[in-house]
Design a protein around this ligand. Structure first.
Ligand code: FMN
Length: 254
């Protein structure tokens, strides 16, 4: 089979799972792994037999860049069986369902969808002393391996049978998170005593909303920022944080 693995990853968890899936499949299948941020225009989704699409859950919904990506692609000429996965810090609510419905409009047929609990890229910054936020779920590798083998088995069913995840009733408890999270986003502060003007935040930003001031310190365009916190987690000097008073206590990369 010719399989395309597409993902968007804010900080790196989704990329890590997408890479695991690539490692499991390549060897027995022809597999392409691509981030939607680096997608070359010569990739034609119609040329693939099946798809894997991964994204983080942000405020109980799929991360905005993956939604924009799906909105922008043309409807596929044939139905393609797809494995959707999301990584989340605690609970993915209806993120997979929302995304599977968007995909169906483009002939991308969800036959399997899974959520994987990973380090919470927001929780680690907000409550760094709670260790639960900084680790992935137990036996994540094994779970991914099982899910991939189920997906491959299901791919042989023709025509592909759509399996849109059901509405999760408990997700109602997540509505305040969804409502307030999407409307009120915290600002990111630069702690100049730590900053060495390396520019990693500028290069890493998925929406190019960070500029350098005349001394090389980062300046944020808050209107454009999607609050993925990649800049905070990938700052080698812990110079960026959600707190005006102090640098972050814990980040996921440094
Ligand atoms: C702004 C923000 C909002 C988040 N909202 C949720 C959420 O509603 N539910 C959840 O379980 N995890 C939430 N998370 C945690 C991420 O989904 C989780 O850490 C994910 O694995 C990040 O993937 P990435 O490293 O590929 O960006 C949120 C993270 C951020 C930064």
């Amino acid at each position: 089979m010719n399989i395309l693995i597409l993902y968007y990853s804010g900080v790196g968890n989704t990329k890590m799972v997408a890479t695991k899936i690539f490692d499991l499949l390549h060897g027995s299948h022809e597999v392409t792994l691509a981030s939607i941020e680096k997608l070359t225009t010569d990739i034609s989704i119609d040329n693939y037999d099946s798809l894997v699409i991964g994204f983080p859950t942000i405020h109980a919904s799929p991360a905005q860049p993956i939604l924009t990506f799906i909105e922008q692609i043309k409807q596929l000429q044939k139905s393609i069986p797809t494995f959707l996965f999301t990584t989340c810090g605690l609970y993915s609510a209806n993120a997979l369902r929302i995304f599977a419905k968007q995909c169906a409009n483009k002939n991308i047929i969800t036959i399997l969808s899974k959520s994987y609990r990973c380090a919470a890229t927001d929780g680690v910054l907000i409550a760094p002393t709670m260790n639960i936020w900084s680790c992935h779920e137990k036996r994540l590798d094994k779970k991914v391996e099982n899910d991939v083998s189920v997906f491959i088995k299901h791919c042989s069913n023709s025509p592909a049978v759509a399996n849109i995840p059901r509405f999760k009733i408990y997700s109602i408890l997540n509505y305040p998170n969804k409502y307030f999270g999407q409307r009120f986003s915290p600002q990111i502060y630069t702690h100049k005593k730590n900053c060495v003007s390396c520019g990693k935040c500028v290069i890493n930003c998925p929406v190019r909303c960070i500029y350098k001031d005349d001394k090389g310190y980062p300046l944020f365009d808050n209107e454009k920022c999607i609050h993925c916190y990649r800049c905070i987690h990938h700052c080698p000097k812990k110079a960026l944080s959600l707190s005006k008073k102090r640098p972050p206590i814990k980040t996921l990369y440094y």
